[in-house]
Design a protein around this ligand. Structure first.
Ligand SMILES: Cc1cc2nc3c(=O)[nH]c(=O)nc-3n(C[C@H](O)[C@H](O)[C@H](O)COP(=O)(O)OP(=O)(O)OC[C@H]3O[C@@H](n4cnc5c(N)ncnc54)[C@H](O)[C@@H]3O)c2cc1C
Length: 375
């Protein structure tokens, strides 16, 4: 059975590694990605704030050595979900089971003034480039602002505001600076009241201003003001934005997307096309767009494919659970455990912050790279 997985991010790598572990060289899985390396979302913040080197956080795909997995470094140009044929810059691929794990594309140009007058920290290039920008920043009004919904990793803008405050303190720039966070959510982590309270307490303690329920609609670079969706204006010296997210163009053109993202059965992750699955940020599953959810979805799809390979029926169903680490500044790390069940209010718990969780987060990354890349 020919399995083709589009996208070697959190979802695609987890899927390939899980099936490779189960079937080894008997597996016939082709993993396609247009990039040359995987970078964890949280590593973008590490590089941006000078806590890690670029080379250390870029996990190159040419090191991928999973039995039964063939990696193809190519751009996906067309997907036909009926025939399960994919056109890429390296030729066509025909699948018996097709998994779309192409993530969310980021479009900084969609926010007027952002490219000319601000910065974004969600793309790899944007976050890595900010390292030099921050290095030469002499202090002033800093706005961390979200420009649209949905956006990946809802706690990330709050983490960025706290890490920015740390950065200003370390550079002795707090006296001449102020950090403001503008975001559309009513709370920093809506499903977890405890996590939201911990983040809001950290903001209050540091004097970080918090503007909930608002988006940044545009920047006016000539006046250096951010214009919010209610028309309010906020002056800035440094704008750190979360850009507009969209499904990749090739997904939109394939007819798989409805209202911008790929609808799937929330339990099986199958699209309306038989044997075509979608996992992670590209899908609308009812969970936030975050790596831990992409991973949990990939595990279920892997289980369903494995059952088919063995000739069984799979009863594996996605449970909407994700556990992720949240930076609270000053080196503190907490853990949030949230579950999204269709038709019910999401629920979430907070553990920590603690020193053990700092080590846990490190282990979270290194253990995945070891499993996902094999060899
Ligand atoms: C600053 C920041 C911090 C974050 N922190 C966390 C965190 O702590 N925990 C967490 O769980 N999540 C975090 N995230 C979110 C996380 O990075 C994403 O939600 C996750 O990577 C989504 O996984 P995915 O497999 O759906 O897509 P991705 O990991 O984005 O992978 C998609 C892949 O598809 C490829 N691709 C796209 N289009 C094409 C094409 N046409 N042809 C070929 N290849 C293509 C891309 O190159 C990419 O490798 C963070 C994100 C950011 C920006």
């Amino acid at each position: 059975m020919r399995i083709v997985v589009l996208g070697a991010g959190f979802g695609g790598l987890e899927l390939a590694a899980t099936l490779s572990e189960k079937f080894g060289a008997e597996l016939d899985l082709t993993l396609v990605d247009g990039g040359d390396a995987f970078v964890f979302g949280f590593s973008k913040l590490d590089v941006m704030f000078g806590k890690a080197e670029t080379a250390a956080v870029r996990h190159r795909y040419d090191a991928l050595a999973l039995p039964g997995v063939r990696f193809v470094n190519a751009t996906v140009q067309a997907i036909d979900p009926e025939s399960k044929r994919v056109e890429t810059t390296a030729g066509s691929l025909d699948a018996d089971v097709l998994v779309v794990a192409l993530g969310a594309d980021l479009d900084p140009a969609a926010t007027p003034g952002l490219v000319e007058g601000g910065h974004e920290f969600y793309t790899v290039a944007g976050a890595f480039g900010l390292r030099d920008v921050l290095d030469s920043f002499g202090g002033g009004e800093v706005i961390v602002g979200v420009t649209s919904t949905p956006f990946k990793c809802p706690p990330a803008p709050s983490e960025t505001a706290l890490l920015m405050h740390d950065f200003l303190r370390e550079r002795d720039l707090l006296g001449s600076s102020r950090v403001t966070l503008v975001m559309p959510l009513p709370k920093p982590v809506p499903p977890s009241p405890a996590a939201s309270a911990a983040i809001l307490a950290a903001f209050a303690e540091r004097g970080i201003r918090w503007r909930p329920g608002r988006l940044v609609a545009s920047l006016d670079p000539s006046r250096r003001v951010a214009i919010l969706d209610d028309g309010d204006e906020m002056p800035y010296d440094l704008f750190l934005g979360v850009p507009v997210h969209r499904a990749p163009e090739v997904v939109i053109e394939s007819g798989l997307a409805v209202e911008g993202w790929i609808p799937v059965d929330p339990h099986t992750l199958e699209t309306r096309f038989p044997n075509v699955y979608a996992v992670g940020d590209v899908a609308s599953v009812g969970t936030p767009k975050a790596g831990v959810f992409a991973e949990g979805q990939a595990v279920v799809v892997a289980d369903r494919i494995a059952a088919r390979l063995r000739g069984d029926d799979s009863t594996s169903a996605y449970d909407g659970r994700g556990v992720c680490y949240v930076e609270l500044g000053r080196g503190a790390v907490a853990k949030v455990d949230v579950t999204f069940t269709p038709g019910q209010a999401p629920v979430g718990d907070l553990e920590g912050p603690s020193a053990e969780l700092v080590a846990d987060k490190e282990q979270f990354g290194t253990s995945r790279i070891a499993r996902w890349f094999g060899g």
